[in-house]
Ligand binder design. Structure first.
Ligand SMILES: [Zn+2]
Length: 217
């Protein structure tokens, strides 16, 4: 699957609004049969287009306090490591690595004053004096994270080779490896990825093939 037709866009738009919409309701809406709706949704999952079905909770009903924004300037050589460490914190709502003066931007969930102190201490205890600068502010109002708005006319999906990460639109080579469908721009890339996967399963390779690429970058 590397194109989304009008029907796909209709199904996805409906699911974005309410992921509990039944197969039957989607079938009625699109004039498709329930099995073909199931097949389409399975495809979105297999290709990684749908990452997961989740729920949105009203955080304010669970946690008092205020959310915070942290602007951090991290030593570039430590950036990946610091980002990974910080992301493990349960307070993180979202995090972005940027190219600006502050290269790491963190938005937290609601925090009590004690949590804030702990979190700042945690940041300052990061190894190797990696934090050069830290600015924090209290968020006064946060708007809900918005999902992308889908167009109404067919679109081509941007597919990247799972091995070399090049964007491509030509012939697609695909195979289910390590629990999901992988896409490659050439049989060579597919073979190389499969080799890594085999080694990973045998325990000869410590990192998952996908993580290995991230580590190299
Ligand atoms: Zn490739």
């Amino acid at each position: 699957m590397h194109k989304l037709d009008k029907t796909d866009l209709r199904i996805l738009t409906t699911l974005i609004d309410n992921s509990r919409t039944s197969y039957a309701a989607l079938a009625r809406e699109t004039n498709l049969t329930i099995p073909s709706i199931k097949t389409r949704i399975q495809k979105y999952i297999d290709t990684g287009l749908i990452e997961k079905f989740t729920i949105i909770l009203d955080e304010n009903m669970i946690m008092k306090g205020t959310s915070m924004t942290f602007l951090l300037k991290i030593k570039p050589s430590h950036l990946d490591e610091v980002a990974k460490k910080l992301y493990e914190s349960p307070f993180i709502a979202n995090m972005t690595i940027t190219s600006g003066h502050y290269n790491l931007i963190v938005v937290t969930h609601n925090m009590h004053d004690k949590d804030k102190l702990d979190f700042i201490k945690h940041i300052n205890s990061l190894p190797g004096e990696s934090v050069i600068e830290l600015v924090s502010s209290i968020n006064l109002e946060t708007f809900l994270c918005k999902t992308i708005e889908l167009p109404s006319s067919p679109i081509n999906l941007v597919i990247r080779c799972d091995y070399c990460h090049r964007e491509f639109s030509g012939e697609v080579f695909s195979k289910a490896i390590l629990g999901r469908k992988r896409y490659f721009d050439s049989p060579i890339c597919q073979e190389k990825y499969e080799e890594r996967a085999r080694k990973y399963i045998k325990g000869e390779l410590f990192r998952h093939p996908d993580e290995e690429d991230a580590a190299k970058k």
